[in-house]
Design a protein around this ligand. Structure first.
Ligand code: TXA
Ligand code: MG
Length: 362
């Protein structure tokens, strides 16, 4: 962002439907009058994009059907893909969900605020449009000062998907939100770069055994502490995805993405071979690898995801790098597979989907 801390900019570009205010908020010392204004926009049926600890969200008053409908329009999101309801305290959950199992309270105590979304039976106060007509509602309490303050200032729960155009990589900075949604929303709160970089884990505890519908910021290993028999859904194998969002193309840059998996030297060798073939065909080739593979890699544009075993670093850079490749005009991204450990599992889930399932094992 160009604007300094606390400065408010209402950019006035042409050919936009809404005048979008972009404000910078310092999470250590949030400017309360601006946060009041953001809360008011939400109460009045407007859209505010805001940072969370995972990715930026695009919020509307979850109890206002018209406001929520605007989220779907702005993102170009299919109406059958339900939204997560964001709350600022675990005690708020009972207002929106019923028959909450004991394990849900244990999970909230352990992981909230944080990147865990729980699927619970929905109360009728939650409009159909939020839950895509399902009898359940997805709820989470984000671990971010600005997000929590926004919910409190709004005085209503916030329904929020990631603040990107549907199908694009999720936004991890206000610049990403501006590039996707400028002129389609009322306010964008710039609170800096998000820490985790991949979305929350979506967990269905209503089924037995409990199922992870979307891997995310809370790892499978962490969940096993409380849920030893937790499983992970294989969206390639189920006919009707239980997390409706998983059936759609996702997390994709404009470029074609291909994952190369295997032992480091072999992966480097294969990327170099493929890069040379693509170059001969006139394509601009990007390489997205961990630092271990960088030496001796010959691609047009090289981007380092992080150190090989630092999955937090890799997750935090993933969406930014995918977006950067688009800005660089890359045609093909050859990406190194990472291990499925910890956050690496969520990273591989997103990469796999960005690649449309194209993975080469060497
Ligand atoms: O970290 C996050 O979760 C971010 C931040 C902004 O909170 N939000 C986010 O929202 O990623 P979205 O809409 O991009 O992804 C929500 C996922 C989708 O896959 C959706 O299908 C699923 O949660 N979901 C929502 N409600 C559900 C429900 N009732 N049953 C099953 N899946 C549900
Ligand atoms: Mg999303």
């Amino acid at each position: 962002m160009q604007s300094s801390k606390h400065e408010k900019t209402c950019l006035n570009k042409k050919k936009t439907e809404y005048s979008t205010c972009v404000i910078s908020i310092d999470f250590e010392n949030p400017q309360l009058d601006m946060m009041d204004k953001a809360g008011k926009i939400l109460r009045n049926g407007g859209l505010v994009a805001f940072p969370t600890e995972t990715v930026y969200g695009l919020g509307a008053n979850a109890l206002d059907e018209t406001g929520v409908r605007r989220i779907f329009e702005a993102k170009g999101r299919p109406l059958d893909n339900p939204l997560i309801l964001h709350v600022s305290s675990p005690s708020d959950v009972e207002t929106f969900a019923k028959d909450i199992p004991d394990i849900a309270y244990q999970l909230m105590a352990r992981f909230w605020p944080g990147p865990l979304t729980l699927i619970l039976p929905r109360r009728s106060v939650v409009p159909d449009i939020v839950s895509g007509g399902l009898q359940t509602v997805a709820v989470r309490m984000p671990d971010h000062t600005i997000a929590l303050l926004l919910i409190e200032k709004a005085g209503v729960p916030i329904a929020a998907p990631s603040a990107n155009i549907s199908g694009r990589p999720s936004p991890t900075s206000a610049e990403h939100v501006i590039s996707d949604l400028y002129g389609k929303v009322d306010m964008i709160i710039d609170g800096g770069v998000t820490g985790i970089g991949v979305e929350s884990t979506v967990l269905d505890i209503l089924s037995d055994p409990p199922v992870i519908l979307r891997p995310g910021g809370v790892s499978v290993e962490e969940l096993r502490d409380l849920l030893p028999n937790v499983t992970v859904i294989d969206n390639d194998k189920v006919e009707k995805p239980r997390s409706p969002g998983m059936k759609y193309r996702h997390y994709s840059p404009e470029a074609e993405v291909i994952i190369i998996s295997g032992e480091a030297d072999k992966v480097r060798c294969r990327i170099n071979k493929m890069a040379s073939e693509y170059s001969k065909a006139g394509k601009k080739v990007g390489g997205m690898v961990t630092s271990k593979l960088a030496n001796g890699l010959h691609v047009d544009i090289l981007k380092i995801m992080g150190n090989p075993n630092d999955y937090s670093q890799i997750a935090a850079s993933l969406y930014r790098l995918l977006r950067e490749f688009d800005v660089d005009g890359v045609d093909v991204v050859l990406a190194e597979a990472v291990s499925n450990e910890g956050l690496g599992f969520a990273v591989m889930n997103r990469l796999y989907r960005a690649a449309g399932g194209r993975i080469i094992k060497v």
